[in-house]
Design a protein around this ligand. Sequence first.
Ligand SMILES: Nc1ncnc2c1ncn2[C@@H]1O[C@H](COP(=O)(O)OP(=O)(O)OP(=O)(O)O)[C@@H](O)[C@H]1O
Ligand SMILES: [Mg+2]
Length: 330
Amino acid sequence: MSTDAEMAVYGKAAIYLRKPEKERIEAQNKPFDAKSACYVVDDKELYVKGTIKSKDGGKVTVIVNDTKEERVAKEDDVHPMNPPKFDKIEDMAMMTHLNEPSVLYNLKERYAAWMIYTYSGLFCATVNPYKWLPVYDAEVVAAYRGKKRMEAPPHIFSVSDNAYQFMLTDRENQSVLITGESGAGKTVNTKRVIQYFATVAVQGDKKKEQTPGKMQGSLEDQIIAANPLLEAYGNAKTVRNDNSSRFVSSLLCMYIQYSCGESGAGKTVNTKRVIQYFATVAVQGDKKKEQTPGKMQGSLEDQIIAANPLLEAYGNAKTVRNDNSSRFVT
Ligand SMILES: Nc1ncnc2c1ncn2[C@@H]1O[C@H](COP(=O)(O)OP(=O)(O)OP(=O)(O)O)[C@@H](O)[C@H]1O
Ligand SMILES: [Mg+2]
């Protein structure tokens, strides 16, 4: 586990990614009795922490830690607790007791400390903070760059970087599956994956220079300019999300296309046409969907044009045959 000095590369994000050493050591040295510490089923809280007093047949008498109330529960409703060395553990697959209350409490306790990302083996579980934490800045991207999963605190950037590394080493396509209920944060995290790739792609090609007359804003600005493509097709309100994308009937896939043809042959123009085609099908395919007031309303063509910066922002430059060549895109 890292020292405070090693966490300094994450800047002001550090405190939201991993607790300071002193706090970790204190938490891990709390007194603990492995035989009696448990979680017991609770009608209101789902599970509460308790201490086993006695066992009799299939029945267990537990003292609830917070209220000191004594309760008798079925053996199946009492679950072992992990020792304090697993406090706010970053990968829940490492737990000695991998039971439901241990997983839920770990997520809850990390969330209470504003650590929203937690691994569970291959998965990265995210709890929506509903407030912006400073964990997506450029210095955080840089800190995750090239680090193996276990070398850095859990983060969507680590998932992104790993996919990127596997793509480079295995020369295989990679996918990141993002799933969850409405309002869980899928769209927000998808944008973060795009932000990561965009930043890494630009950093990776130092030789490339910005072309005068092309979009010059910060990468963040460019990503925001591309957001309409992510959000234009059918977003509407749900109980949990003012900006829900779950009414989008078709998944829009963006291909970074390495089709054949010399510079200027029409590859980028044709890629845009492919996107236009899918966009048209997506809109036509969902007749029930209505445009949401306040959302982007222009014609499909306008929306696609507004989204073009994403295609063009990352490294286009001039060649002999094409003023806006994308062959320098890493
Ligand atoms: N990591 C985060 N940091 C800050 N706010 C977040 C984060 N994730 C989600 N949110 C907040 O929650 C809202 C809903 O998130 P998002 O739109 O990503 O949900 P979703 O999973 O895509 O839902 P749906 O299935 O309805 O499209 C966001 O508009 C944002 O306000
Ligand atoms: Mg969404």
